[in-house]
Design a protein around this ligand. Structure first.
Ligand code: ZN
Length: 387
């Protein structure tokens, strides 16, 4: 039986559960047993939706009172890639030179194990603390993210399970444990623009209408002025064109239409709606009456959000400083995470392991970092329930 108060041992045990998304792989079952043994009330939540795989999720809570500190995370992992290239088998959880190797070691079974170990140790020492500690663990973060955290949060809201603060244990440190807390994330919006022309022979351009110069004017028109210059905790919003397509194989034909796709990573000055309106306005201005075009935007649930630095963030900073001696940066950089769903229900911050090897061949976590991360989480929990 695994010692769940030992973050290293628990990480190894979780890696040995081959939970390539959306497979549960025994990882959530192991955690459910551990939490139930420790006195948590556990809920196994299997969700399905047409066209997506069924997904298992686990929600567990110790205590009924407030404040309620929720840890969130995922136990699913990305595929291993070419298994022959791995130094150790990707689901062995083997330790070499102080490193635990395996798929999910940093993203994010290590973070899940550290938070579990910390919570159990705190409860051992303070079984009657006032408040609650919970876990929201999904098997659908690396997949479509439809039957995972989103639905667990909806289920929680229906049951009146209202948390006060949430820590998501995704890998957040670029180089060393203690580098960086993520207090928010940028939003993401993808759009497509098509300029319509008229196909014809290059030798008879007066009989055709080339859409390429028009598309170039739209591209230029949307890029010419920066969207903004950033806010107190966010950098400037950024629009990147990712492809421009005509699909024309002939050198003597003026094409019928030209298309481009772009993605915008945006800060808290924008919502997807205000941003779409701004981009359409810029296209309209660039198009004038002469360019026929249409723009469409992919639906997005990736809004920009931020948890204002305050007492909760300060407790995390203090716990990190005590353990590592370094003061973490409060950042809003990087891609999206399940925090984009959690933020709708309460304040959420992200702190976990060093992310250098996530999704790579030979993904690994330093055993010493796992021990330190569990100590940091225990430090946060202790501070959280002390006040
Ligand atoms: Zn992850």
């Amino acid at each position: 039986m695994v010692d769940a108060r030992n973050a290293v041992e628990l990480t190894q045990a979780l890696i040995r559960c081959a939970s390539v998304t959306p497979e549960e792989g025994g990882a959530l079952r192991l955690i459910e047993t551990i939490l139930a043994d420790a006195g948590f009330k556990t809920h196994w939540l299997r969700f399905s939706a047409e066209g997506t795989p069924d997904v298992d999720n686990l929600y567990a809570r110790y205590g009924t009172g407030h404040p309620y500190l929720l840890f969130a995370g995922h136990t699913d992992v990305v595929p291993v890639g070419d298994e022959a290239q791995w130094t150790v088998p990707p689901f062995s959880g083997e330790m070499r030179d102080g490193k635990i190797y395996g798929r999910g070691a940093t993203d994010m079974k290590g973070g899940v194990a550290a938070s579990l170990a910390a919570a159990l140790r705190f409860i051992d020492a303070h079984p009657d603390f006032s408040g609650s500690i919970g876990f929201l663990l999904t098997g659908d973060e690396e997949g479509p993210a439809i039957n995972g955290t989103v639905k667990v949060l909806e289920w929680m809201a229906q049951k009146g399970e209202r948390f006060d603060h949430c820590i998501l244990g995704e890998p957040t440190n670029p180089e060393r444990l203690g580098d960086m807390i993520k207090i928010g994330r940028r939003g993401s919006l993808t759009g497509h623009v098509t300029v319509h022309g008229k196909q014809g022979h290059v030798a008879y351009p007066h009989l055709a209408d080339n859409p390429i110069p028009g598309l170039m004017r739209l591209v230029q028109g949307v890029l010419v002025t920066p969207l903004d210059s950033g806010t107190s905790h966010f950098g400037a919003s950024n629009l990147e064109f990712t492809t421009v397509d005509v699909g024309n194989r002939a050198s003597n034909v003026i094409p019928n239409e030209a298309r481009a796709t772009f993605n915008i990573r945006f800060n808290d000055l924008w919502t997807p709606e205000t941003l779409e309106a701004e981009i359409r306005k810029r296209f309209d201005e660039a198009a004038g009456n002469s360019i026929r075009y249409e723009a469409r935007f992919d639906p997005t649930n990736a809004i920009a959000f931020m948890t204002e630095p305050g007492p909760f963030v300060a407790k995390m900073v203090a716990a990190i400083e005590e353990m590592t001696g370094s003061k973490p940066a409060l950042s809003t950089t990087g891609g999206t995470s399940d925090a984009r769903f959690i933020c709708r229900y309460g304040p959420v911050i992200e702190f976990g392991l060093t992310g250098k090897t996530m999704h790579q061949i030979d993904e690994h976590a330093e055993a010493a970092e796992l021990v330190a991360l569990a100590n940091i989480y225990e430090g946060v929990i202790t501070r959280y329930f002390a006040s």
